[in-house]
Design a protein around this ligand. Sequence first.
Ligand SMILES: [Fe+2]
Ligand SMILES: [Fe+2]
Length: 195
Amino acid sequence: MSSLYTIRAGDPEQRQEVLRAMPRLAELAAPLREQALTAWASAWLASTHRTLEEMPYSLQAPDYRLLDHTNEVADAGILLADYAHGQWGVGLDQDILLAALLLHDIDKALLYTRIDGKVVADPARAGLPHGVLGAMLLREAGLPDEVVTLVGTHATTSPVKTRDAEAWVLHYADLFACDHAFRVAPGTVPFFQRT
Ligand SMILES: [Fe+2]
Ligand SMILES: [Fe+2]
């Protein structure tokens, strides 16, 4: 059996908890919503974290919650998409975009753990880059190829970038929210200040 993750739907209470933690999941159309809930339940139950709330966002911002970052990227992404559509007439698939916003960092639930209270890379999943592990999980949880591709290529370190407008919106929503977390993390330089 793989030590990376197992796809598990979770029980109704756990699925409800995921929905409560990321309220915009309820805005997804029915099949996508259920697939996204299963993906998050799988990541949570395969992780070393007891609760969704204790999942850390980043080694560089270990006190910032992954849930907060995820919800902030979803909010910022919807704002950007509305502007791009209203101002520039950019066509965006709202469901695919929202799913990607809510799922883009799902593998961070698995990539980080705590040892003696300190957030560290989980040695069991250290061989796979951020984004790739998430894409694998999402593919197995039944998410559409477009969401799998957006998540698999979203990381700033990804050697491949898709040309889709959804990838553009995800990128800037992610970096905007990320730099907020990095600005408040002691000793961490946000992306926008890096030379
Ligand atoms: Fe990411
Ligand atoms: Fe992110």
